[in-house]
Design a protein around this ligand. Structure first.
Ligand SMILES: Nc1nc2c(ncn2[C@@H]2O[C@H](COP(=O)(O)OP(=O)(O)OP(=O)(O)O)[C@@H](O)[C@H]2O)c(=O)[nH]1
Ligand SMILES: [Mg+2]
Length: 275
């Protein structure tokens, strides 16, 4: 037994020695090359390697800081359908809802090949609560679903635009530039306005709001007190001027089949899959 194990050790030793011998010519060659090289060349190589390493570290930092933001916020005025959408996206089920007085969140697995999981957060829309909840979650937002009640949009256009103005001129949101999905909900209602019309009216309304509100923004770089200038100066406001990706889509959390039927939220699910 003992003799056998000693024999094995010797064999291993010889193998290691052979490996060392095998590498020796290469190491010797490298050493010679380095000795023969101009020191300036060697320093150049070292600097180039350092630059590559630093770039990798920076890239990793920036990529990770984006992936840290994993929340998808459901925001909008009272009664626009956020809580029903929240339920439909998570379980597909219809639910009777009441005005939300606090936030609720749950992991949402998107329907794509990568099966990313975002945290879906339903925020209260009541005007006395909406701003404090937006404040709480805005820095975590990877995407914002701004839900609009298309059935009574004409009546609410001013309030919708005012909330959107606060959101779009927020310095944190403008810097992080989460994707903005304006979900024109309640399309099952006959008189519901189309996404195109809602976009045009909001652009018009936001343009007006910008004139009345921007008097408060006096600093030269366009930012003061955590707000940024909306869109491009000297041009009528359009959503395409924003840094963030903006998409208007039509959906119905209720669906046409009534309370027992399915929702019509395919568009929204596809957009969430691209976040
Ligand atoms: N017809 C129709 N009704 C809807 C639709 N989505 C939501 N509703 C109804 O609208 C009402 C309000 O829906 P909620 O989901 O509670 O609205 P919310 O945006 O969460 O409201 P707050 O919590 O007050 O901010 C409920 O009666 C829903 O059933 C829709 O697509 N079509
Ligand atoms: Mg709600």
């Amino acid at each position: 037994m003992l003799a056998g194990s000693t024999g094995g050790n010797m064999e291993e030793k010889t193998n290691v020695e052979m490996q060392e011998n095998a590498f020796e010519p290469y190491i010797e060659f490298l050493r010679k090359q380095l000795e023969d090289q101009d020191p300036v060349f060697v320093i150049g190589v070292v600097v180039a390697l350092a630059v590559v390493v630093i770039t990798c570290v920076f890239l990793k930092y920036f990529l990770t800081s984006k992936t840290v933001r994993s929340a998808v916020l459901l925001v909008g005025l009272c009664d626009s359908g956020k809580t029903l959408l929240f339920s439909r996206l998570l379980s597909g089920k219809f639910k009777r809802t009441q005005t939300s007085i606090t936030d609720s969140s749950a992991p949402y697995k998107v329907k794509n090949d990568r099966s990313n999981t975002w945290t879906l957060i339903d925020l209260p829309g009541h005007d006395s609560l909406r701003h404090q909840y937006l404040e709480k979650f805005k820095s975590a937002a990877r995407g914002i679903v701004f839900v609009v009640d298309s059935a009574i949009f004409q009546k609410e256009v001013r309030d919708v635009a005012e909330f959107l103005y606060v959101l779009l001129t927020d310095a944190v949101i403008a810097r992080n530039a989460p994707a903005l999905i304006v979900a024109c909900n309640k399309q099952d209602v006959t008189m519901a306005k189309s996404a195109k019309l809602i976009q045009q009216q909001l652009e018009k309304e936001l343009n007006t709001l910008r004139v009345t509100r921007s008097a408060a923004l006096s600093s030269q770089d366009g930012s003061v007190g955590g707000s940024v200038y909306l869109g491009k100066k000297g041009r009528d406001f359009e959503f395409s001027q924003l840094q963030m990706k903006v998409e208007f889509l039509e959906c119905s959390a209720r669906g046409t089949g009534g309370d027992d039927g399915d929702a019509d939220i395919g568009n929204l699910e596809r957009s969430l899959a691209k976040l």
